[in-house]
Design a protein. Structure first.
Length: 357
């Protein structure tokens, strides 16, 4: 794959709105890996000064209206401020594909934020916050979800896909509702459960001063109480999916209680073994792996066709590792090349042909 830094043209221009851990790490990675020119904004002038001193950005602005044109505009703001910042980027950063790093996507994708917005969410972070902890390697090998809308332009999705790959991450296209449901199951509900476990253990301990905390409790509750303002916003933004996930978890706990009350040792052993097998399968799951194969097809030049292709493949469990678009001379169609895992290539071609038929 050829990334933006390897071309003979001008350097990629990146506008960063938000200069904390994630935004700062994007800036460092873009400068180091892509040779990008990075202009940053943060509402806190001290953060802007610190980001400039740390080499996170080439320059800063004190107002998003001062950004000017860019290739990519990335918003790394608290959940509650994302919509406003994304809207500002769509208005003030001319020509850019506008994206964000928020962990909930439905409200943003379904809002009227402009046709240049494509949602994003890197599965990367740290237990520390602030631009001082930014790292250029934070996204190395990390899944980075992209949530285009049906009308998203193919050329913008391709640009964002290549940008994310250039940061060292693995872009994965997914529908916004599916994204929020999966985040509730794999991140948001576990945070709620960890909080509840800590409360239950505190009540069980009472006034005792016995040091009973072991590795199982530490592992299971590591995320309890993390960044209260951030997580309050996440719970609120993804409330419906989190409530559904909690209801399902409560049902499973009731089933576990009934199984325990039955006193059936064999059934309990089987239940424990099944959980172990399922955990191993979940940790091993992936839509990538092995050598890649190119799938090249001619597609009609109609709005949203590339986003439709990417979302269709995603629903089938097929991730696009790289993509390239080449318009035909008459601009009525274009050639798209998709690189997918070799084992998925035949199925990918079938699905692509169904979409463009």
């Amino acid at each position: 794959m050829t990334d933006e830094a390897s071309t003979d043209g001008p350097p990629l221009r990146l506008a960063l709105l938000g200069l904390g851990l994630i935004g700062g790490s994007v800036g460092l990675a873009a400068r180091e890996r892509l040779g990008a020119r990075v202009v940053g904004f943060d509402p806190d002038p001290h953060v802007r000064e610190r980001a400039l001193a740390l080499g996170v950005v080439d320059e800063t602005v004190d107002d998003p209206a001062r950004f000017g044109p860019a290739d990519v505009a990335l918003v790394a703001a608290p959940v509650g401020a994302l919509a406003a910042r994304v809207a500002e980027a769509c208005v003030h950063v001319a020509g850019a594909v506008v994206t964000d790093v928020g962990s909930t996507k439905r409200a943003l994708v379904e809002a009227e934020l402009g046709d240049r917005y494509i949602g994003g969410h890197p599965l990367a972070g740290a237990e520390v916050a602030g631009v001082e902890h930014a790292r250029a390697d934070l996204f190395a090998g990390a899944t980075w979800y992209l949530t285009p809308r049906p009308q998203s332009e193919g050329i913008l999705l391709e640009r964002l896909h290549r940008f994310v790959t250039g940061l060292g991450a693995v872009p994965t296209v997914i529908g916004h509702e599916e994204h929020d449901r999966l985040m509730a199951a794999f991140s948001h509900v576990p945070h709620v459960v960890a909080n509840a476990m800590v409360t239950a253990a505190t009540r069980a301990l009472g006034d005792e001063a016995i040091p009973v905390v072991g590795p199982s409790f530490r592992d299971a509750t590591r995320v309890a109480g993390a960044n209260p303002p951030l997580w309050a916003g996440i719970y609120t933004a993804n409330r419906d999916a989190v409530l559904d996930g909690l209801d399902a978890t409560i049902d499973l706990l009731r089933e576990a209680r009934a199984l325990l009350a039955s006193g059936d040792a064999g059934a309990l052993e089987g239940w424990q073994a099944t959980a172990g097998e399922q955990r191993r399968a979940l940790l091993d799951v992936g839509m990538a792996g092995g050598p890649l194969r190119e799938v090249r097809v001619v597609v009609p030049n109609r709005p949203g066709v590339i986003a439709d292709l990417a979302l269709t493949l995603s629903r089938a469990g097929i991730n696009i590792h790289d993509m390239s678009l080449s318009p035909q001379p008459d601009f009525r169609s274009g050639e798209v090349a998709l690189w997918v895992a070799e084992g998925h290539a035949d199925r990918a071609r079938e699905l692509v042909e169904q979409v463009i038929a």
